[in-house]
Design a protein around this ligand. Structure first.
Ligand code: KIV
Length: 271
């Protein structure tokens, strides 16, 4: 579809087409209209309003305190300046604890927030929720591997899928999630070999963060790539402001490195 300007609108079909052509897909988070505008102009394909805003914007130690109202507010701000990019919004902690609540909150993210797709951190016990959303024509991205909303249960931020059994569970989970009707899978902090096996096991596009180079798309937190995050960056993240004069140059460099498969090299991946 052509939007009348010089940018094409990215849809779920565009994303599937890029995957089928083997072209890597560049994604970043955004939480406000100004940064969303810059990402959109730079030609980023997917913008995620992640619940990482709980840490990045609100200053919490985890994403657990983020509320659905926060996600709607930031999604609205981001969607207001997007012309081209596909917008995914996170469903925060406890906003999908049963399928009726999930449907209501997904509806709010799409109708009030302007999201094109919702993302939920789930495992096998959320399959019925993915199914319910999919049956209501709500596009779903399921987030597995490291699930920050479950940090208190998982006992910290640990790389997933390193042992054989863990790897098999992740592959099995991914297959069931695809069968339940999810349109995109996101893998966070997963061993590169396991991420490759998951990519071979299912057909829907896979976005990776700390999941190696074999997945279809890469995502990072915008503030990390702009060198704004205090303290040490996670191993998989890269500061693209190094050696650049402007934010626009840094964003363009990230997109170029994803497209040319320069990012993520082994240095930014887990064995
Ligand atoms: O909340 C977020 O920003 C995310 C990404 C880190 C994938 O889920």
């Amino acid at each position: 579809m052509y939007d009348g300007n010089d940018q094409k609108t990215v849809t779920l079909s565009t994303i599937k087409e890029l995957k089928s052509k083997g072209e890597k897909i560049a994604c970043l988070t955004a939480y406000d209209s100004t940064f969303a505008y810059q990402l959109d102009q730079a030609g980023i394909e997917i913008i995620l309003v992640g619940d990482s805003l709980g840490m990045v914007i609100q200053g919490h130690k985890t994403t657990v305190p983020v509320k659905i109202e926060d996600m709607i507010y930031h999604s609205k701000n981001v969607s207001s300046s997007i012309k081209s990019a596909f917008l995914i919004s996170d469903m925060p902690f406890m906003s999908f604890y049963n399928s009726d609540i999930a449907l209501e909150n997904a509806k709010r993210l799409m109708q009030d927030g302007g999201a094109h797709m919702v993302k939920l951190e789930g495992n096998q016990s959320q399959l019925n929720i993915i199914e319910k959303l999919a049956m209501s024509d709500i596009p779903v991205c399921a987030h597995i591997g490291l699930r920050p909303q479950s940090v208190n249960k998982m006992g910290g931020y640990k790389v997933q899928g390193k042992e054989n059994r863990e790897a098999e569970n992740l592959i099995d989970e991914a297959v069931r999630i695809e069968d339940s009707g999810a349109d995109i899978l996101l893998l966070e902090c997963v061993s590169s070999l396991t991420a490759k096996k998951v990519t071979e096991a299912i057909n829907i596009p896979i976005i990776g963060i700390g999941a190696g180079s074999d997945v279809d798309a890469q995502i990072l937190v915008l503030y990390d790539i702009l060198g704004l995050t205090p303290g040490k960056l996670p191993k998989f993240s890269k500061n693209y402001m190094t050696g650049k004069n402007t934010i626009q140059e840094a964003i363009a460099s990230y997109i170029q490195e994803v497209k040319t498969k320069k990012y993520p090299s082994e240095k930014y991946s887990f064995k």
